[in-house]
Design a protein around this ligand. Structure first.
Ligand code: HEC
Length: 144
């Protein structure tokens, strides 16, 4: 009888260990799935963050933001000394295309135009094309 009880105890312990192992095996799977999901969200551009960047004077060093020359989130144009801007609505359909201020003879991408505007009128540093900021910028401009 005692032997039987010990045996039962061992079986129970093994069963408990097995359940514990199984749980541990499952845990990383759920975690991996979440990481992949988070990564996917991070890969996409965020329109709201893009608008915040559009209005951010800290992107450059001249105290200007994109909003300075492209008012109302770029939905309006304006006139300034010697130049004028048109609304940025539908801008995604114009690029890749020629952006006169950058190169009158070569087609450029919208990301290149954005970087030109960050490095020139804003006096800032160009964003890496695969950076989250650039994705957010593109998501915003493509939403117009
Ligand atoms: C000092 C004024 C100024 C600032 C600041 C400025 N831009 Fe511009 N931008 C212009 C002018 C001028 C043009 C050319 C005229 C036009 O296309 O409306 C232009 C053109 C563009 C175009 C091309 C529009 C088209 O239809 O082809 C995009 C895109 C653009 N700007 C984005 C930006 C972004 C993004 C920022 C901020 C990082 C920015 N601009 C900051 C003056 C400015």
């Amino acid at each position: 009888m005692r032997k039987f009880l010990v045996c039962l105890g061992v079986v129970a312990a093994v069963a408990a260990l097995f359940v514990a192992c199984k749980k541990q095996e499952e845990a990383p799977t759920a975690e991996t799935a979440m990481t992949a999901e988070t990564a996917e969200v991070a890969m996409e551009g965020n329109v709201e963050n893009g608008l915040a960047l559009f209005k951010n004077v800290d992107l450059g060093t001249t105290g200007k933001s994109c909003e300075t020359c492209h008012p109302n989130g770029g939905t309006e144009g304006m006139e300034m000394e010697g130049m004028a801007t048109k609304p940025l609505t539908g801008v995604k359909d114009r690029y890749p295309g020629v952006f006169m201020m950058l190169d009158p003879e070569k087609e450029v991408t919208l990301a290149e135009v954005i970087n030109f505007c960050i490095t020139n009128p804003l006096g800032g540093e160009a964003l890496a094309e695969d950076s989250q900021e650039m994705k957010d910028f593109l998501a915003y401009l493509e939403s117009l």
